[in-house]
Design a protein around this ligand. Structure first.
Ligand code: AN0
Ligand code: CP
Length: 317
């Protein structure tokens, strides 16, 4: 594998999870693989988990790691071609990318949807420029439309906790005060569609995701009905995808917050969220603190998903 930009690249999900569980059981088996190799992680947006888990994953593989927070100390980057650069941005991405590429052997990029232009976001303009101009393998650490390292960790976690072969997995929208990207739900939908799980997505009207990602998943607008018999509840907020409201918060309806009453409708479901999570908006304190909440185990598996992917990229160098 050269670039990793979509969960669909994993192909056979069962085989991918097996590889990941091997990495989890033998975290230092490939210490020589990354020797004298450098990972550069570029953050256009904030992060706790991705930053720490990806760095840890690379260190487990014997790599050196450089991290750049573009918004803290680097030159402000222009991203549009053809712009007369007389404003506040002293450097263009088209020089910055090959320069960054010259300092490393692979690049992780975090660059969220900017909600300025749906087409720019959904064609992954920034990520694709890194692929085109860096000369190095590139992987997504959440880009405009996807967060495949998160989804891979989510699926590893479900495989570890599931009590039946084909669990019912329910992804539910939940309220949040700010506009959030569709990347996490897009990737999660795409990833779960690669499994044989029963998959239901529930959200208020107006929050329909790009069908390219949701595929044949069942869409249920009645959240209570969706929760019935669920084995896993995967909560996430996202902003509207539909063209006329792209990137907007259409609802902050707290009747969609995941609480104990709703969890009681499920088959004693596990609660999942990619984090960071706003308590008592997305999920109540008691649900996230309950023994059924596996958010910490899910976050811990981010090292495993990142290490499995970085290892594959190293093997292809
Ligand atoms: C981001 C999002 O919703 O995409 C990152 C989640 C991993 N969340 C926030 O910005 C709060
Ligand atoms: N889940 C996740 O990607 O978290 P961070 O935004 O903290 O990296």
């Amino acid at each position: 594998m050269r670039h990793f930009t979509s969960i669909t690249q994993l192909g056979d999900i069962k085989q991918a999870v097996e590889k990941a569980l091997y990495v989890k059981a033998n975290p230092f088996a490939d210490q020589e693989l990354g020797r004298n190799r450098t990972l550069l992680m570029i953050f256009f947006n904030s992060s706790l988990r991705t930053r720490l888990s990806t760095q840890k994953a690379a260190m487990n593989l014997g790599m050196n790691v450089i991290v750049l927070d573009v918004n803290q100390g680097a030159w402000k980057l222009e991203t549009e071609r053809g712009v007369i650069m007389d404003g506040d941005k002293p450097e263009h991405l088209l020089e910055a990318i090959p320069v960054m590429g010259s300092y490393c052997d692979m690049i992780g990029v975090r660059s969220f949807a900017r909600f300025e232009n749906r087409n720019d976001d959904y064609t992954e303009l920034i990520l694709n420029q890194f692929i085109q101009y860096s000369g190095k393998p590139v992987f997504s650490m959440e880009t405009a439309t996807v967060h495949p390292l998160q989804t891979f960790a989510d699926i590893i976690t479900i495989e570890e906790f599931k009590k039946k072969e084909r669990p019912k997995v329910v992804m539910t929208w939940a309220p949040h005060p700010k506009s959030l990207p569709q990347a996490v739900p897009n990737s999660f939908a795409e990833g779960i569609n690669m499994t044989d799980y029963e998959f239901v997505i529930t959200h208020p009207h107006g929050y329909e995701l790009d069908p390219k990602f949701t595929g044949n998943a069942t869409i249920e607008y009645d959240q209570d009905k969706a929760f019935e018999g669920a084995d896993f509840i995967y909560a996430k907020n996202w902003s509207a995808y539909e063209a006329e409201n792209y990137g907007k918060v259409l609802s902050m309806d707290r009747s969609w917050t995941v609480d104990a009453r709703k969890m009681a409708l499920t088959n004693n479901a596990y609660f999942m969220h990619c984090l960071p999570v706003r308590r008592n908006m997305i999920v109540t304190d008691d649900v996230i603190e309950s023994p059924q909440s596996i958010v910490i185990q899910e976050a811990a598996n981010r090292v495993v998903s990142a290490q499995t992917i970085i290892k594959e990229i190293l093997l292809g160098l």
